[in-house]
Design a protein around this ligand. Structure first.
Ligand code: HEM
Length: 501
């Protein structure tokens, strides 16, 4: 292999070391069994065996695993570690569109490596100070679904299944309103198609992660195709988009993601067509639905297991002068619970990237160009050496591997912050990025939708807790479900909602 000149200069002709392969691989399965049984223990053993960077195999993929501060190095080096190709490993939406929709539209045109219009629109309009434009839509959307789908009499109970339709419907309704506007966003066909597009994409993604594409394709086409749902999204959105394009209507009084994307140019310098814009709506809704759904369920489960937390949250909500999404978004206790959930209720492995060049790590080891890299986020978030500031937070700090809903309810006096703490370690809110909070990524690739996502999560939780007493169906706290260390799901349990008087 020919090292490039710059790398040689940097390392004064010391030959970079290969990164060690972890022993115990099985043919094809690689380390799947170890990751299935106990990913956290396995990843600790790997670090002991091979140091801060090592190679594991899962399914057909080999991953270079980054631990500790190497994760930050990866997330900050956006030119060397590409996140687009990385995300496509876990959520291969380009391949899924290609399998399900290529016969209707050349989906290759939508591969948005460098100019993702959803990202550009999100960066512009989903900032904390611009979120007010979505306020009414968030409030109205949540209220409407609760009134229709969860309309119980006081004392009446219902089951909220984590795999059921209610929670996805609530979130899809809000996302449809925010991304397509009030004129189209209440359309039931659109809301259902938005939800099913995201759920089917996740299922198809799972098939593609375990089977070669030729084998997965017929299953996807038969069982998890997104074609019908994308057709519906196009049917609802395109007539309005055509009118917008012709200048017959505009969305100036209520900015929407679709109006922003329609006004942007693609990589050929041409404005997006109504069809492209409608497909981008579907892609954006994926980002807006998948993670928030899990975060909401994790928090509700915690409230069900610790009813005193629900009582405290109700008291905080009752103290508010007005019940606006912003006011709910500013409740410190709720924000702390969201940040703690995002810190701890995450997969042991995450943040897929692909190297764009041979990369020499600070350890002197090399990752060849085109390799898949991944970070041990959970290990980093529970390591007191890396989480110096976080580990001191709270009046009586709890160990980092335990869920402390009050951890980030801090003020100047009880934050545990010391004078020599680095200023760049920002712990102010659930959306503050920094080396002690990696869940949204870092630097310019960090999630641009996090402010909207957390605001929606908080408002759904607030509505739920004000309307219902929440308990678990099992009557116990069941363990979270780990999926080969690559995804973490809430326990195999349901929630029982009892309408409050
Ligand atoms: C609270 C829930 C959310 C979580 C945990 C989350 C997490 C993430 C993560 C981990 C990334 C990849 C960062 C990287 O590779 O460095 C990402 C990217 C992205 N997220 Fe989110 N996200 C959330 C909500 C949302 C919402 C509501 C939107 C709405 C538009 C959104 C839009 C995006 C987009 C467009 C990207 C791609 C950014 C890029 O390519 O640079 N996310 N998100």
């Amino acid at each position: 292999m020919v090292w490039n000149w710059k790398l040689r200069q940097q390392h004064h002709d010391h030959k970079p070391q290969e990164i060690k392969k972890i022993s115990g691989r099985l043919p094809f399965l690689g380390h799947a069994l170890q990751l299935y049984r106990n990913p956290t223990t396995f990843l600790h053993q790997c670090k002991k065996e091979a140091g801060p960077a090592y190679r594991i195999q899962l399914g057909g993929f080999e991953f270079y695993v980054m631990t500790g501060s190497l994760i930050q190095d990866m997330l900050y080096s956006i030119r060397k570690f590409d996140n687009y190709d990385g995300i496509q490993v876990m959520m291969p939406v380009d391949r899924i569109l290609n399998i399900c929709y290529r016969h209707k539209y050349d989906t290759d045109k939508l591969i948005t490596r460098n100019k993702n219009p959803v990202k550009l629109a999100a960066k512009k309009y989903l900032k904390p100070h611009t979120l007010g434009i979505f306020s009414n839509r968030i409030q109205e959307g949540i209220k409407r679904v609760f009134d229709v789908q969860l309309n119980l009499k006081p004392g009446e109970k219902t089951e909220l299944d984590k795999n059921g339709d209610t929670m996805p419907w609530i979130l899809a309704q809000v996302i449809a309103l925010c991304f397509a506007g009030s004129k189209l966003g209440y359309n039931k066909d659109l809301v259902l198609a938005t939800d099913l597009f995201s759920r089917k994409t996740v299922q198809a993604g799972m098939l593609l992660s375990v089977l070669p594409q030729w084998m997965a394709t017929p299953f996807i086409k038969h069982f998890t195709s997104v074609e019908k749902h994308l057709d519906t999204i196009l049917d609802v959105l395109m007539p309005e988009l055509e009118k917008m394009k012709a200048g017959e209507v505009n969305h100036e009084d209520e900015p929407t993601l679709i109006s922003l994307v329609l006004g942007m140019k693609n990589s050929n310098g041409e404005l997006h067509t109504p069809m492209e814009t409608a497909i981008y709506y579907a892609r954006a809704s994926l980002a807006g639905l998948i993670s928030p759904r899990l975060v909401v369920f994790f928090i509700l489960y915690e409230l069900a297991c610790q009813p005193s937390l629900a009582t405290e949250l109700r008291m905080e909500i009752e103290k508010l002068d007005e019940l606006t999404p912003e006011a709910i978004g500013n409740i410190k206790f709720l924000d702390s619970m969201v940040r703690e959930t995002l810190r701890l209720k995450i997969a042991p492995l995450g943040m897929f990237h692909k190297t764009t060049t041979d990369v020499v790590l600070s350890t002197g080891q090399i990752i060849p160009r085109g390799s898949l890299t991944i970070g041990t986020l959970l290990d980093a978030h529970t390591d007191p050496i890396l989480m110096k500031k976080t580990s001191r937070l709270g009046k009586s700090p709890m160990p980092l591997d335990q869920f402390d809903p009050y951890r980030f309810v801090h003020d100047e006096d009880n934050s545990g912050v010391q004078e020599n703490d680095a200023d760049d370690i920002d712990i102010r809110s659930s959306t503050s990025l920094g080396p002690e909070f990696l869940t949204f990524g870092l630097s310019s690739h960090a999630c641009p939708g996090r402010h909207l996502g957390t605001l929606i999560v908080k408002n759904v939780i607030a509505e739920m807790v004000m309307r219902f007493n929440i308990t678990t169906k099992s009557g116990k706290r069941l363990p979270d479900v780990n999926d080969f260390g690559l995804a973490l799901f809430p326990p195999e349990d349901s929630l029982i909602l009892e309408k409050r008087a």
